[in-house]
Design a protein around this ligand. Structure first.
Ligand SMILES: Nc1ncnc2c1ncn2[C@@H]1O[C@H](COP(=O)(O)OP(=O)(O)O)[C@@H](O)[C@H]1O
Ligand SMILES: [Mg+2]
Length: 368
């Protein structure tokens, strides 16, 4: 099992202090608009590496008007081990992490808390730019291979430096060699991790009987270019690309330009041309495939953060989602405006209501 057993939010956005005790079942959270539901999911997402599900800065999450900083604490059950996890920010400072009373880098969170999320802005994932799809792909990839987060960060850091040289019109090759070597090493890992994740997802989709549509997935580069996959070839590709990159003032080739393409298999239609409901169903389908694959690969499905997930699903698909989440044994945190959206879950989930009182969100467990 992979599940939060205790969760405390302190001065996190609308929550002054909130504590949840959980037993591993899925968690249904209802409450009016603005009550503080997404804030809970965002706080949980801070228990994984990176900027969290709103991609906000650490300062934005500091509760106003106090402005003292925030802290999220959890007891996390990861397979047969219990971990105490803390992450916090003090005004103006960087995010800190402690695992079992020892300070740890953010990436260490990824090893114990595998986490994947769906949020309403992702409803446009298939029609908007490649960035969102690539981030979604990388989040799934990280759930299989936590080290992927390190490769991506290393690559991006070296690329930013290279881009600075390009922008400055630096033509002396020596400046580029070491950076490109670093980029090539990280890029080879990124390419390998993503391919491995894709193949796990494809297998998990093929083997499951599910109410959700399967997608034919592939990784593509702009202009149908080929992205080399070995460190040597990647280093050569970066070096060969220098003249073009100098003109553009940025790096034009590499895994930072990879896009995740999907075709709705049963219809042979590209995801971007599907209806909004179908697009949402494809995302849910991928999340579930990710969960099944991880259950096998890691021993437990990831923690799922499904914000307003019921919004575009009809009653039949919603019931199917709940059945699959329960069958998987995934701790899925799901939000919605009213309790009726979660009625089908019954005692298979714990239910919470979020409301606003005295300028702060409060969370109450609801017995059904
Ligand atoms: N840094 C902050 N400090 C205090 N309140 C905040 C902060 N950031 C957002 N909020 C408040 O949180 C509320 C939105 O919470 P959210 O979780 O998005 O609601 P919902 O229940 O609709 O998902 C808004 O009332 C907003 O003003
Ligand atoms: Mg919300």
């Amino acid at each position: 099992m992979l599940a939060l057993r205790e969760l405390t939010l302190s001065h996190f956005r609308s929550h002054r202090i909130a504590r949840l005790t959980l037993d591993g079942r899925p968690v249904a959270i209802h409450g009016r608009n603005g009550a503080g539901k997404t804030n809970i999911l965002e706080a949980i997402s801070m228990l994984s590496p990176g900027r969290g599900l709103r991609r906000a800065t650490a300062d934005e999450m500091i509760r106003r008007p106090e402005g003292v900083g925030w802290k999220v604490t959890a007891t996390l059950q990861s397979l047969h081990q219990m971990h105490e996890v803390e992450t916090w920010v003090e005004q103006g400072g960087a995010r800190q992490v402690r695992i079992d009373d020892k300070s740890a880098p953010q990436v260490a969170l990824g090893r114990i808390a595998r986490m994947v999320w769906l949020v309403p802005v992702m409803d446009r994932l298939w029609v908007e730019g490649a960035d969102g799809r690539r981030r979604f792909l990388d989040r799934m990839t990280m759930s299989f291979e936590p080290q992927h987060a390190v490769s991506v960060l290393t690559y991006e850091k070296a690329m930013r430096e290279r881009n600075r040289l390009l922008k400055d019109g630096q033509r002396d090759g020596h400046w580029y060699d070491a950076l490109e070597a670093q980029m090539a090493r990280a890029a080879a890992e990124i390419v390998m991790n993503r391919r491995e994740a894709l193949s796990l997802l494809i297998t998990a989709q093929a083997e499951a009987e599910t109410a959700f549509p399967a997608a034919e997935l592939s990784l593509i580069q702009p202009d149908e270019a080929e992205l080399p996959d070995t460190e040597t070839d990647l280093a050569r590709a970066f070096s060969d690309s220098r003249p073009r990159d100098l003109l553009a003032g940025r790096t034009l080739i590499g895994p930072h330009r990879t896009d995740l393409a999907a075709i709705y298999s049963a219809k042979g239609v590209a995801a971007r041309d599907c209806s909004t409901g179908e697009q949402k169903a494809l995302l849910v389908s991928l999340i579930l495939a990710n969960s099944r694959a991880l259950a096998r690969d890691f021993g437990a499905p990831p923690i799922l953060l499904l914000d307003e997930v019921a919004a575009h699903l009809d009653a039949g698909r919603r019931a199917a989602l709940y059945d699959e989440v329960c069958a998987l044994g995934a701790q899925a945190f799901m939000t919605g405006t009213g309790p009726e959206l979660f009625a089908e879950l019954g005692h298979r989930a714990s239910h919470f209501e979020v409301s606003e009182a005295d300028g702060s969100s409060r969370i109450d467990e609801v017995t059904i």
